[in-house]
Design a protein around this ligand. Structure first.
Ligand SMILES: Cc1cc2nc3c(=O)[nH]c(=O)nc-3n(C[C@H](O)[C@H](O)[C@H](O)COP(=O)(O)OP(=O)(O)OC[C@H]3O[C@@H](n4cnc5c(N)ncnc54)[C@H](O)[C@@H]3O)c2cc1C
Length: 401
């Protein structure tokens, strides 16, 4: 159930005002120190409801639909990339409990929404690829698992209290299947080490999770044993759509900044906005933005309507997003000319921050590979795709009331 539209508008405006008034001005300081003042801002984020945006209301969250939630993902990117990463992962971590028992939901969701806890996501490894190529393994020992392995690039590892760790687990039969385990920070055999800072999204931190004979109770399984890949893939698909929304935020901000700049920058006695070559940059930016707005709205609607298989849509959204993002950030840099490359203007930071979207929740080659596989398998065709995505105006009117 979505938040009623009139309430949502009020909720969103209050939150966005806080972000632009209180967080955006900290941008230069965050770049200089490499630190995001999370401890100071966290209680305020919790108070305005931004730490449990999709947690159902009865568990203390805001209960937003996906369509509504994406507006936040988009705005975070416009305000600050480091903050965006931290909040994207915190809110994504909340999703893990959709698959958990009622007891776990009651145990964790209210605390996550109040910001008393945060949950990280551990899939990527230094020792292998993602998916079935992971190497972390948990053998069974009575009512416990003994977990060994390593994860790296794990966001919020500097402060998260629990981690959803995707690993091979030994089944009752002795075979190994992939499961998702909840591992609490501080558990013996679990250490966390820092990684060096990133190219952009300054202030967010990423760490290594090291498991050496770490004892984890079998009751820490999220969802059923052996279902870890399904849980992780469902989360990753939705997260790909959210990364596309992040890219859209960066693209919209680039255009918002480029238009006034082109009007005020004068060369050869004329604003550059009057040159057709520069106008083309702006028009191309709008083209990429419009296309992405449409596919995102459509995919988010499918998620809200409970469509289980959004695998192809999620991949296509992210592919369109990163290609569009590349063109738009390039064009914005060219509109600004040399000063765009300096830290005098926000384009330089947006350019660096957007590069992360390329890598999050999978690289381009993987998206192309898995999307093509669906088409080659005959599971989806462009015809079925078209019929599924284009809604008749009448159906839309009925749906929107
Ligand atoms: C800032 C940041 C934060 C992150 N946060 C998290 C997090 O919180 N949790 C988490 O689990 N992960 C996180 N990641 C990891 C991220 O999801 C991965 O880096 C990304 O999915 C790519 O995986 P990889 O680094 O293992 O690349 P690799 O798999 O090593 O890929 C390297 C290159 O080889 C290509 N390649 C690899 N395998 C194939 C193949 N089979 N076929 C064709 N091409 C292939 C890739 O496309 C890429 O071009 C984060 C990464 C960054 C940079």
């Amino acid at each position: 159930m979505a938040m009623p539209e009139n309430k949502f508008t009020e909720f969103k405006e209050k939150a966005f005002k806080f972000l632009w008034d209180e967080v955006a001005p900290l941008g230069d300081e965050i770049e200089k120190t490499g630190q995001f003042p999370r401890e100071k801002l966290w209680p305020k984020f919790a108070e305005i409801g931004m730490l449990g945006l999709q947690i159902p209301k009865e568990y203390g969250g805001a209960g937003l639909s996906e369509v509504q939630y994406l507006e936040f993902e988009k705005e975070w990117s416009k305000v600050h990339g480091g903050m965006r990463v931290i909040l994207h992962v915190h809110n994504g971590g909340n999703d893990a409990f959709v698959y958990a028992s009622e007891e776990r939901k009651k145990q964790y969701w209210p605390k996550l929404a109040r910001g008393e806890m945060s949950c990280g996501f551990g899939l990527t490894e230094p020792d292998g690829g993602t998916g079935r190529d992971i190497h972390s393994r948990a053998r069974r020992d009575g009512s416990n698992f003994i977990l060994n392995g390593r994860k790296h690039l794990i966001t919020n590892a500097d402060f998260a209290d629990i981690f959803q760790v995707v690993c091979w687990t030994e089944m009752q039969s002795g075979e190994y299947e992939i499961s998702s385990l909840l591992v609490e920070r501080g558990r013996p055999g679990f250490t966390i080490t820092d990684m060096k800072p990133c190219m952009g999204c300054t202030g967010s931190h990423h760490g290594r999770l090291n498991f050496k004979d770490c004892v984890v109770p079998v009751t820490n399984l999220i969802s059923m044993e052996g279902k870890g890949l399904e849980v992780a893939l469902h989360g990753l698909n939705i997260s790909r759509v959210r990364i596309a929304a992040n890219a859209l935020g960066t693209m919209e901000r680039c255009l918002d900044l480029s238009i006034p700049f082109a009007k005020q920058r004068v060369t050869f006695s004329k604003p550059i906005a009057e040159r057709q070559a520069v106008q083309r940059y702006l028009a191309e930016m709008a083209m990429d933005i419009y296309a992405l707005q449409c596919v995102l709205e459509d995919t988010a609607r499918k998620i809200d309507e409970g469509k289980k298989d959004i695998f192809l849509e999620a991949n296509l959204c992210k592919m369109l997003a990163i290609e569009g993002l590349r063109r738009v950030t390039d064009n914005a840099l060219l509109v600004y000319g040399g000063v765009g490359y300096t830290r005098e203007y926000p384009i330089e930071r947006l350019y660096r921050e957007g590069r992360l979207n390329w890598l999050e929740e999978g690289t381009p080659t993987i998206h192309y590979l898995v999307a093509a596989r669906r088409l080659l398998d005959g599971e989806r065709t462009y015809k079925a795709f078209h019929e599924e995505t284009v809604e008749s105006p009448l159906a839309r009117q009925i749906r929107l009331g």
